[in-house]
Design a protein around this ligand. Structure first.
Ligand code: TXA
Ligand code: MG
Length: 374
């Protein structure tokens, strides 16, 4: 007989837009205080951060942490990020703070940077998947920081999505994935950055960038000198390569439909995507195209006579001149394609430098590194 899942009564707490940065309003918010209390007692709370929504649990409580893995369907060998509300709290969870870590904290906290440090004994191995290091992040989002502060405990939180799916950048995405599995969902609108934090290992002499994000490689280098870059950020993992960040080995961020990334000059890319789209349309498939502001008109003219068929969905991720717009839209659009139930998705390849490194890391992983040269 199949085991019956427990359904939790999920309460959604809506934070008004004009109060998101009002510390005294947030600290006195009764529902937020109740959520923080539940968090400290071992319950699961989904909350906004500046990057993506997180699924939080008391990081000092192994049972609470294990609930996260269960709710997300996350492999237990993939460690969690521990979130704190002020740098002072760091001393409760880490053994030592290296010089590069100090420089990074100084430059980028609070903000979208996760730093790997040597953990102390208070952090249970359920949180770190048995590693002797812990990933720590001090978010800039005030709702997140207030929740952590009110809870009085460090908060372990992965992205608040079902494992493998695109990370949630709006509360609706969290509701889609986790309603009935968490006690509270705190809705404070859409996340600014839209991609998960940059992860850097600062335990050694030279820090290693493990996951690109809102803080770019050139910003990191400026703050702490030389930074190594983990292989596999923009290329497929070699079968024998063991990544330092266990999360890197899993298929991630994936929409339901297969996704192909087409690389080349913009005009050639658009033409190639149109040929592929027409071929799929002619076989009765629903097609999604992830375009940019600069290319929308190319598709419109190339596919003019086909658009009426209603089986093709062309969405602009934003402007190539402003990659932060693409970063904040990417996961939203992948989820939109899921909801429209497209059969296949073609995306343009975007510039992969600076913030583009994070955008292309997520897009290529979402595609399983299916690249087509135009
Ligand atoms: O922006 C973010 O970082 C969001 C929000 C909620 O803060 N969180 C997030 O968590 O993206 P998650 O679990 O989806 O990604 C955490 C990544 C994984 O790739 C994991 O393997 C890596 O960080 N990680 C965690 N602890 C680690 C450790 N001790 N050593 C190496 N990698 C670690
Ligand atoms: Mg995640």
């Amino acid at each position: 007989m199949q085991k019956k899942e427990n359904i939790i009564q999920t309460q959604i707490i809506k934070i008004p837009d004009d109060k998101k940065n009002d510390a005294s309003f947030l600290e006195q918010h009764t529902d937020l205080k109740n959520a923080a209390n539940a968090l400290s007692k071992g319950h699961l709370i989904a909350f906004p951060t500046e990057t993506v929504y997180g699924l939080g649990a008391n990081a000092l409580d192994p049972n609470a942490a294990s609930k996260i893995f269960h709710a997300k369907g996350r492999p237990s060998d993939n460690p969690l990020i521990v979130h704190i509300s002020s740098s002072d709290e760091l001393y409760n969870i880490v053994e030592e703070i290296s010089e590069p870590a100090k420089a990074l904290m100084e430059s980028f906290w609070p903000g979208p940077l996760t730093i790997i440090m040597k953990k102390n004994t208070s952090v249970p191995s359920a949180v770190t998947a048995g590693l002797d290091t812990v990933a720590v992040r001090l978010p800039s989002n005030l709702v997140a920081r207030t929740l952590i502060k009110l809870s009085g405990v460090p908060v372990a939180a992965p992205s608040a999505n079902i494992s493998g799916k695109p990370s949630p950048t709006c509360a609706d995405h969290v509701v889609e994935d986790l309603y009935g599995k968490v006690d509270y969902i705190i809705d404070a609108g859409c996340c600014e950055v839209g991609l998960e934090s940059t992860v850097i290992d600062a335990t050694g002499k030279t820090p290693v960038l493990l996951r690109p994000g809102g803080i770019t490689l050139s910003q990191l280098t400026k703050a702490c000198g030389n930074v190594k870059v983990e292989k596999s950020i923009l290329s497929k993992l070699d079968k024998n390569f063991i990544p330092r960040s266990p999360g890197m080995k899993y298929r991630h961020y994936s929409p339901k439909a297969p996704l192909y990334v087409v690389r080349g000059a913009l005009q050639e890319t658009a033409t190639c995507i149109c040929v592929l789209a027409i071929d799929n349309l002619s076989r009765g498939k629903k097609v999604g195209i992830l375009a940019s502001e600069q290319s929308l008109c190319l598709y419109k003219s190339l596919l003019e006579n086909l658009l009426y068929k209603g089986n093709i969905f062309i969405i602009s991720a934003g402007s190539r001149n402003n990659p932060s717009t693409i970063a904040s839209e990417l996961f939203k659009i992948l989820r939109k394609f899921d909801n429209i139930n497209v059969d296949i998705i073609f995306s343009e390849y975007f510039d992969d430098s600076d913030l583009g490194m994070a955008i292309m890391n997520r897009l290529l992983k979402a595609s399983g590194f299916n690249i087509i040269d135009a």
